[in-house]
Design a protein around this ligand. Structure first.
Ligand code: ZN
Ligand code: ZN
Length: 428
């Protein structure tokens, strides 16, 4: 037969070598299946979120608010890790609700560090930094707060059994909410845990060196306007509340941004993801999770915490960058540059190539006196792209300076930063 004829021409040593190689390959494949190391290959280029480092700092891409089945999320914590790797994040925080435990009957876990431990284990052989955290959960007006970089989540919750009757009364009063809270066990747990004063939990987080921020300050607020309560102001004044979510999921709050500036709180934006990230932010529709860009000296947890404590963040939400001027400005300087500037033939029309070295689309308006041959004053540079502007300079210059207002960035509510791009002009 044909096949026999063929193989008979191949030396036996060669066949043996191929067989050994195939066996080795198959066994390696079997044993390498689903190992933590394989997560490294999960990065999906079109999903990966990329911003350049600034002159002074590394730009760390972080999502500081995520959930799993260990509170009210719907996935195991290792999925948060693989999603973060797919999105090219540098860091995620695991922040389960301490008090709100709708899966408590099916997934009882005495140790509230479990979700973090599972996620940290899953991320072991990857570049992802997993940050421990917890969501301290109370009714409004104090609402929810995340404590991250904590050592032991168990210390942030206390169930005082002497208050069981008081808690049972609270559950009875609101029995129509029991099903929403995950049944009787979960409702009793939530009521009892919520009776522990919130200041105790915040203090315990601070004793561990935690960074604490106020979550979704417009959640269940009828007029949608974030307003700090007396307790928030007390925590801010005594230095135990350090940041505020200006963006949570799909909501941006200008009032929260104003509160951050007024009280010098760190600006945070998070996904607060409960489902699969791709369900909430479908990449095929060009969506991305909100992230906090942390301007840190190093790619380490202590450096990230120091940056957060010092307010060095910019939030990326939809197509908008939100941050304090002293953080936005160096980021814009790193993101944008004139790549080339030269006169067309011997004309007085300067062809300027402006590059956007980031994943956000830049929308800007011209502030200089020059006009352009093929653009009006509102200009867009798509993510990771460049555009050509033909500038009418009226005479041949040796250098150019163009000023733009960046409409897709905010340094205060309704106030946009400006940037001046300078370049020498190449002479032929
Ligand atoms: Zn919350
Ligand atoms: Zn949450």
């Amino acid at each position: 037969m044909n096949i026999v004829k063929h193989t008979s021409n191949i030396p036996q040593q060669y066949i043996n070598a191929v067989c050994i190689f195939l066996l080795l390959f198959i066994s390696l494949e079997l044993f390498s299946h689903e190992t933590a190391g394989s997560f490294n290959s999960y990065r999906i280029p079109e999903r990966a979120i990329e911003f350049p480092d600034t002159d002074k700092y590394l730009t760390i891409v972080a999502d500081l608010h995520t959930h799993s089945v260990f509170s009210d999320g719907h996935v195991w914590p290792n999925i948060r890790v693989s999603e973060a790797l797919r999105d090219g994040l540098d860091a995620i925080a695991i922040t389960e609700h301490l008090e709100y435990q709708p899966h408590i009957s099916d997934i009882p876990h005495k140790d509230r560090n479990t979700a973090y431990r599972i996620a940290a284990e899953a991320a072991k052989n990857t570049n992802l930094i997993v940050i421990s955290g917890s969501e301290i959960t109370r009714e409004n007006p104090i609402g929810h707060m995340n404590a991250i970089f904590i050592e032991d989540s168990n210390k942030l919750i206390s169930l005082d059994n002497s208050k069981i009757i008081e808690a049972a009364k609270l559950v009875e009063e609101r029995k129509d909410e029991v099903a929403v809270h995950g049944g009787m066990d979960a409702a009793n747990h939530l009521a009892l845990a919520s009776l522990w004063p919130v200041a105790n939990a915040v203090n315990k987080a601070n004793e561990q060196g935690g960074f604490v921020f106020w979550n979704h300050p417009t959640y269940k607020v009828n007029n949608g306007i974030a307003t700090p309560s007396k307790k928030h102001i007390e925590f801010i004044k005594n230095g135990t509340l350090h940041g505020i979510e200006v963006v949570n999921e799909n909501i941006f709050s200008e009032e929260a941004f104003a509160i951050a500036l007024d009280y010098n709180l760190t600006i945070i934006g998070t996904s607060d993801v409960h489902n699969l990230i791709d369900w909430d932010y479908p990449s095929h529709q060009n969506q991305h999770r909100p992230v906090t860009l942390i301007l840190a000296e190093e790619r380490t947890k202590p450096a990230m915490k120091a940056a957060l404590m010092n307010g060095r963040t910019v939030v990326w939400y939809k197509n908008l960058l939100i941050g304090k001027e002293n953080n936005i400005q160096p980021l814009l300087n790193a993101m944008m540059r004139i790549d080339s500037a030269r006169y067309q033939d011997n004309s007085e029309i300067l062809e300027v190539t402006i590059k956007n070295n980031s994943d956000t689309k830049i929308q800007m308006t011209n502030l200089s006196d020059y006009s352009f041959t093929s653009n009006h004053d509102i200009i867009e540079i798509p993510a990771q792209s460049a555009i050509n502007l033909n500038v009418k300079t009226k005479e041949q210059l040796s250098s150019i300076s163009l000023e733009f207002k960046i409409l897709s960035a905010l340094v205060r509510p309704k106030i946009h930063p400006t940037i001046i791009l300078r370049s020498k002009i190449a002479s032929d």
